[in-house]
Design a binder for this molecule. Structure first.
Ligand code: PLP
Length: 374
């Protein structure tokens, strides 16, 4: 193998109606958030997830800010959240004055350890933030039962889980409030973008208010609350409408890619591959994760460096929240250890997983991994 080939870690596929709908925005002049595609994208995406309301925002991180504030979580409240996730889940809690309480990851699915949730509940616990990681959903029946038993809200971060289902029911339909991201590596992308989904009319209204600087009638520019400008533009929504038209095709494509990687790598020594399925879902392989075992005798950083020199793009796994310098400086998570998340963060990374990946890209990436680990 030579290093002349380059396989990007992610590349979106934008060859449907994207250009036509974006062109429509430019032609009609509807380029900000006051355009017909925003409403259409909200309605069509919410319908796809089986929810009453969709509130489009400018990314999946701020969608969580809106969710937290819409649920009126604040100082004195605790929310249970996985340590193995992106900072987008914790930052909104900290900004709202909420105390995040962590659980470790499950070693097989890499999702939050549902078994640890109940031990973390205190009289101050108000909600569980469920985050579906990399391709398999969290075991929602177990989480819903805990939430019901203790009267807790659920925020469901389904950023990575477009089109995925849990026992046949769409991910994103379980939370009191659920959120999605439409960053360029998501199954449905708007470049940057996000959405908040709920069935509750009042929460939905509050999300719309918070996203739009808390403008209220009758007198514009008179405010009773602090909101944000988190609006999605009509141009972004136009991309989203075109992408959503192809979600089923994209899902099938992702599943084929994942199956192909597994076929090529199933006998490779020293690595764990993503679980193809659990009793409640088939992996959608949002990304194709690799976890190096001890017998590999190396770590993710080193393998990623060598793959990079062969032109294979990779990304490390998340870095656990309890080890984040910013949270340690706030005095959070002192002395806490989560061995599964710690291991995943040093031994895990993902291979090229974008929607535009070709069969040759997959073969080359898999062969490169073999070469590096030989
Ligand atoms: C689980 C999860 N939540 C939230 C986000 C944040 O989304 P965004 O990048 O659109 O802000 C991401 C981003 O990939 C994510 O993976």
């Amino acid at each position: 193998m030579t290093g002349s080939r380059v396989v990007p870690v992610n590349e979106p596929l934008l060859n449907g109606n994207e250009r036509r709908y974006v062109d429509d925005c430019v032609t009609t002049g509807w380029i900000s958030s006051d355009g017909p595609y925003v409403r259409r994208f909200e309605e069509e995406f919410a319908a796809r997830v089986g929810r009453k309301h969709g509130i489009a925002v400018c990314n999946g991180s701020v969608a969580i800010d809106v969710a937290v504030v819409a649920l009126r979580l604040g100082a004195g409240d605790e929310v249970i959240v996985p340590t193995f996730t992106i900072i987008s889940c914790l930052a909104p809690l900290i900004r709202a004055g909420v105390t995040p309480v962590l659980v470790d990851a499950d070693p097989l699915t890499w999702n939050m350890s549902v078994a640890q949730i109940e031990d973390k509940i205190t009289p101050r616990t108000r909600a569980i933030m469920v985050v579906h990681i990399y391709g398999l959903p969290v075991d929602m029946d177990a989480v819903l039962a805990i939430a019901e038993r203790h009267g807790l809200r659920i925020i469901e971060d389904a950023a990575e889980m477009h089109g995925q289902t849990y026992r046949g029911t769409p991910c994103g339909s379980f939370g009191d409030v659920s959120t999605f991201s439409f960053y360029a590596n998501k199954h449905v992308t708007t470049g940057e973008g996000g959405m908040v989904l709920t069935d509750d009319d009042q929460i939905a209204e509050r999300c719309r208010l918070l996203r739009n600087l808390a403008f209220v009638p009758p007198r514009r520019f008179v405010h009773h609350e602090i909101g944000w400008n988190f609006r999605m533009s009509n141009i972004q929504a136009a991309l989203g409408v075109a992408q959503l038209e192809r979600l089923d095709e994209f899902l099938a494509r992702k599943r084929r890619m994942g199956a192909r990687y597994t076929e090529l790598l199933h006998d490779i020594k020293g690595v764990s591959l993503p679980l193809p399925s659990t009793e409640y879902a088939d992996n959608v392989y949002w990304v194709y994760g690799i976890v190096l075992e001890d017998e590999a005798g190396t770590n993710a950083e080193e393998v990623m460096r060598q793959l990079g020199s062969l032109g294979v793009g990779t990304r490390p796994f998340f870095w656990p929240m309890h080890l984040q310098p910013v949270f340690q400086s706030l005095g959070l998570f002192k002395g806490e250890h989560y061995p599964v998340a710690e291991r995943l963060s040093t031994q895990g990374f993902y291979l090229p997983s974008g929607m535009a990946l070709t069969e040759e890209d997959i073969s080359y990436s898999a062969a490169s991994l073999r070469q590096v680990l030989r």
